[in-house]
Design a protein around this ligand. Structure first.
Ligand code: TXA
Ligand code: MG
Length: 322
């Protein structure tokens, strides 16, 4: 499937495809989504089939504005309205109690639902043209690296999708922050660009980090977002020795660096990412995908700092490495 340039006409055509129960891949500010009509169980079933995703893993419903929340959720707490006012449209997904009429296929049979209003203009135009909710996981095959460019979606899904809207590279580059607001104790299920401190400040309450949630979130599986090539996370001070050792064994290695010391290692398969956390985050998946395509034996990833700014990156790297 060749990606389609974005025009008013192609957005309207994509909205029509959604109405007919077809799948449309579209850009969001985080990663590309594989969208289907959230109110149509047959369309939702197609999403699971195209991704190769187990049917009990719930999807995120994308909506055009917070005003549509009541079409999907009940018992919406003030906290959700506060967060919506501050962070939507944007890379934040909220888990709320679902309306009884939401198809079970969307939520994997759970009593809660994930919703978000994306800020990417193409995503918003598509949502407005379509009118309803678009269920969309990341547009990759299950367990693989999320796509941040239209070409990645074509590689992942080929003709399993009716249309790929090409909105260029995603600005955030990692999946949305997920906060569970379904039981009165806000908890982060997946770190993202919107940080725990920002959420705490907006809510004026504690926000737990929930590595082992009672609720299913495939992004929380230990191995996820993984390249096919073996990837290892190495502190800068051991990475050089590790490179020497593996090269000495005749191994073809790739390096993902961000500090000048490591970026200076003479290695044909070294990619230097930005030193600033947000810029690194934006470039991470496409760099991993690129190294993964080069038939290497091992990818060595320079370990980022253990600070809040790097929380989303560290979460994804820990899942991409052995
Ligand atoms: O940035 C994003 O969130 C992207 C773009 C396309 O919006 N979407 C995305 O979708 O990352 P996906 O399906 O790859 O990840 C959605 C995550 C999964 O970990 C899923 O389990 C979790 O949201 N989730 C969905 N519904 C849930 C629920 N009711 N309770 C807990 N987690 C839920
Ligand atoms: Mg995903």
């Amino acid at each position: 499937m060749t990606p389609t340039p974005v025009t008013e006409q192609s957005i309207n055509q994509a909205a029509d495809l959604l109405r007919r129960g077809e799948l449309v891949a579209f850009p969001t500010e985080t990663v590309y989504g594989l969208g289907g009509d959230a109110a149509n169980p047959a369309a939702v079933a197609k999403i699971f089939a195209a991704k190769g995703r187990p049917a009990d893993h719930p999807l995120i419903v994308h909506i055009a504005s917070a005003e549509q929340l009541t079409e999907w959720a009940v018992e919406i707490p003030d906290a959700a309205l506060k967060l919506a006012a501050q962070f939507w449209p944007g890379p934040l997904t909220m888990i709320l109690n679902k309306r009884p009429d939401v198809p079970d296929a969307v939520t994997g049979g759970q009593t809660t639902i994930a919703v978000r209003v994306p800020s990417n203009p193409v995503a918003l135009q598509l949502l407005q043209a379509f009118g309803g909710g678009i269920a969309a996981p990341s547009a990759n095959r299950f367990g693989r690296i999320s796509p941040t460019q239209a070409g990645h979606v074509a590689e992942e899904l080929g003709d399993r999708v009716a249309c790929i809207l090409d909105g260029g590279a995603c600005s955030v580059g990692v999946e949305s922050t997920i906060i569970d607001l379904s039981d009165g104790q806000p908890a982060i299920l997946r770190p993202g660009r919107i940080t725990r401190s920002q959420l705490k400040a907006a809510l004026g309450t504690e926000v737990r980090l929930s590595p082992q949630s009672k609720i299913r979130a495939p992004g929380m599986l230990a191995v996820h977002y993984a390249p096919n090539t073996m990837a290892l996370l190495c502190p800068a001070d051991t990475l050089i020795a590790m490179t020497d050792e593996l090269c000495g064994q005749g191994k073809r290695i790739g390096i993902l660096a961000f500090t000048p010391a490591i970026a200076g290692i003479p290695c044909p398969n070294l990619i230097k990412l930005p030193e600033q956390a947000e810029h690194y985050e934006s470039a991470l998946y496409s760099a991993l995908r690129e190294l993964d395509s080069r038939q290497l034996d091992t990818i060595l990833i320079e370990q980022p700092p253990d600070s809040e700014a790097w929380a989303a990156v560290n979460d994804r790297l820990s899942k991409a490495t052995v």
